[in-house]
Design a binder for this molecule. Sequence first.
Ligand SMILES: [Zn+2]
Length: 542
Amino acid sequence: MSLTLFKGIQFYAPKQYSFPYFARKHVALYCTVKNLQNQTEKQLQGPPKNNPKRLDNILKDYEAIIGIETHVQLSTHTKAFCSCPYTYGAIPNTNICPVCVGLPGALPVLNSKVIESAVKVSLALNCKLSMTSKFDRKQYFYPDLPKGYQISQFDIPIATGGYLDLDIPVELGGGHRRFGITRVHMEEDAGKLLHTGNKSYSQVDLNRAGVPLLEIVSEPDMRTGIEAAEYASELQRLVRYLGVSNGNMQEGSLRCDVNISVRPIGQLEFGTKVEIKNLNSFSSMSRAIDFEISRQVILHDQGQGDQIVQETRQWEEGGQKTITMRKKEGLSDYRYFPEPDLPGVSITDNYVDSIYKSLPELPEMKRRRYEKMGLSMQDVLFLANDSNVAEFFDATIAGGADVKLTTNWMMGDIAAYMKNEKISINDIKLTPHELGELISAIKEGTISGKIGKEILFEIMAKGGTVKGMIQEKGLVQIVDPQEIEKMVDKVIADNPKQVEQYRGGKTKLQGYFAGQVMKESKGKANPKLLNKILFEKLNAET
Ligand SMILES: [Zn+2]
């Protein structure tokens, strides 16, 4: 922990945080932190933007080594060691109790759902589970950590040595990747500092203190910003599929700290590691990493490699660059020791088996299954991205609908509608059964594709059935040749000039006539039959 931070902290006199501090509706304010912004050092210059070609040439000679530590907030009903609930955005200090604010004598009791979620995630990440593990105290001082220590896991994490498979989208270069997972461990979250408008002091909200987290540490296997962002995005998908977290980056439910170093290609020794924090979207993650790689490579290239120091930097969205947040003053001594207030954690084979059997089909398995159905990687990634979308797709094809047609409707009009209305697939009124009905009604020729589209949008918004809507609105496709012939005759009689032009060689006009007949039929004429009859009539009466 940086010493400069201590200098900025001033404590209020005890009378200002006396008894009412623990009243549930009282907003606690137990210390203030002076603005530290003026204390930041002169920032290093970023990569020159005026000579991208030269930059590309330098980048070719270097390799970036990227590892990611991810904190996933578990969406359990109650916190890790007490019965307080946690609701994002709740009034500060309303979800707290003596345990999570660290009152002397208060004892933690482990929430079994935390272990269950940790085992689920570890199995999904192909890790080796520790059948016996324990909790440890990690001591450090910070205003949002009321106990003065965090309950975490140190030398025996719940799981180690796994991997995560993913597919890079085609537009980002494509390809399958496997990234190693070093460890998964359980710990509790700290509170939050709320910085005031004039930045002269900060307030402390302890609602988040004691909320369960899983820390997932990757092997340093990523080489580019895209790979790192795709890894984080796959982790998000995984925890959402498993239902253990909402994975929402904006709410801080999924937080990534990225470690980056660069080295000349061929060199075995690692370069100096720099950490980037405060990344709140996958795209900022990707851009921050690419900026940081360029910054380090340029310093190496200019013989200033010694200016790359072990530090924590933050991404500045406005300036599109990373800046120094704090320099590391050597490794922190957290004085870990086993948490004396909690028993060891023992899990049995039966327990692990029962959780393993309860796992849903995970994103990677889904993608491979969809690929075997003959779908393109673009289709596969779209469908498997969201488990609810995948479930809708699976239910539709389980009812016998054509795989490719179902995919097309879902990626086309249905996706566009959801995007427009800013809703999810669970919010639309269309059911997988009705999508299947719609597809077969078009395939069988009962309705035209154009009418099918109209029905689709109406059902998505208001609900109803395809059959009901076809009957109610008289939308059945006209397949009676005599009826179509009548309409063709009428259009030919109404457009003598165009008929003359057509017969004079301007055969492109077939499209014009077809449009007129379709209009006459209110979009209900079978297009194939219409064109056949029209062609015969236009060419026969010469
Ligand atoms: Zn509590």
